[in-house]
Design a protein around this ligand. Structure first.
Ligand code: SF4
Length: 324
């Protein structure tokens, strides 16, 4: 079985974009790959955060991943900072990484813009730690969204640079990017994000889902109920495609184009389907959050397995580099 690695930020309650864009696909890969999933707390601290809430954010993210279907009997889930070999390997990778490669990273430019008060070295070095996260497990498959493809290509370059300097050690990882369209936030402007308050949380109640969808931006050119709409530029149709039946998607698309359906009716069909999908997840997550010890046991088991693999890789790397 090839190994698969992916990470998720401990940004509190996960949202529907995390689920539909990432975790739901991870669940489908459990039988195909040896899957390792990481709560990336060291990445999370590259922007300002509340120290008091970090532990609960980590537990909540893990609980929700498990509730979404990442069965700990079928995969490994752990916390990045519990395996210190990640940062050790990242330091080693720093020495085979040209500064210019990091300066060209789109995410660094965007985050530097968003967090002008805190443009730190960790933010700049983020892709190197990400390369270490993946390569320390010699993972080959990395499921990511479109915006992370550049970082996976960067990881390939790091693997190549290390292999050519010190001998064949790492596979060059490939990205697995689902063809599902970009899930925008409810504001219709940016990617769905917890920090931008444009999201629907996995923990939202059916009423909250309806309320949030009711205010979501649609085709901005469709100003009145009688105006025909263009569903292809509407985020609501993107979500329908991920949650509704073929018949409903066809109905909504056709009726929208001839003004046969209003946006509220269209959104309420989506709300019904979203609620049906999220209800069992919300219930399982609630049970797990009430029993954080159960979640900690999963993370502890993940740490034990990952430390064994990571220590072995670091030993091999240091030997090849003449450090052991
Ligand atoms: Fe979007 Fe649906 Fe309104 Fe069409 S009817 S613009 S798909 S919300």
């Amino acid at each position: 079985m090839k190994r698969l690695f992916s990470g998720i930020q401990p940004s509190g309650d996960l949202h529907i974009g995390n689920y539909l864009g990432a975790i739901r696909n991870w669940v489908r890969m459990l039988t195909e790959y040896d899957c390792i999933f990481c709560i990336v707390d060291y990445h999370a601290i590259t922007i300002s955060y509340e120290v008091e809430t970090m532990q609960s954010r980590i537990i909540n993210a893990a609980a929700e991943c498990i509730a979404c279907g990442l069965n700990p009997d079928e995969c490994t889930i752990f916390v990045q900072s519990h395996v210190p070999e990640h940062t050790e390997l990242a330091w080693i990778f720093n020495t085979v990484t040209p500064m210019g490669d990091l300066g060209r990273m789109t995410q660094f430019k965007e985050k530097s813009e968003q967090h002008k008060q805190n443009v730190n070295v960790g933010l700049f070095d983020y892709p190197v730690l990400q390369a270490a996260d993946i390569l320390i497990y010699k993972a080959e498959a990395v499921p990511v969204g479109q915006d992370q493809i550049q970082h996976i290509e960067f990881s390939r370059r790091v693997a190549r640079a290390f292999n050519s300097r010190y001998g064949e050690t790492f596979p060059e990882p490939f990205h697995l990017t689902p063809n599902i369209g970009r899930i925008m936030g409810l504001d219709g402007k940016s990617k769905m994000s917890k920090s931008l308050e444009n999201h629907i949380s996995l923990s939202d109640s059916p009423e909250a889902i309806k309320k949030k969808l009711a205010t979501a931006v649609t085709d901005i050119n469709r100003k009145r109920r009688n105006d025909p709409g263009n569903p292809e530029i509407c985020n609501i149709l993107t979500l329908h495609r991920l949650l509704s039946t073929e018949k409903e998607i066809e109905y909504v698309g056709t009726e929208c184009r001839k003004a046969g359906i209003g946006c509220i009716e269209c959104k309420m069909i989506l709300a019904k389907n979203m609620t049906a999908e999220l209800e069992p997840i919300r219930e399982r997550a609630r049970e797990l959050k009430e029993n954080p010890e159960r979640v900690r046991e999963v993370l502890e088991a993940g740490k034990r397995r990952c430390r064994t693999i990571a220590a072995e890789t670091v030993r091999e790397v240091k030997t090849k580099m003449g450090l052991l």
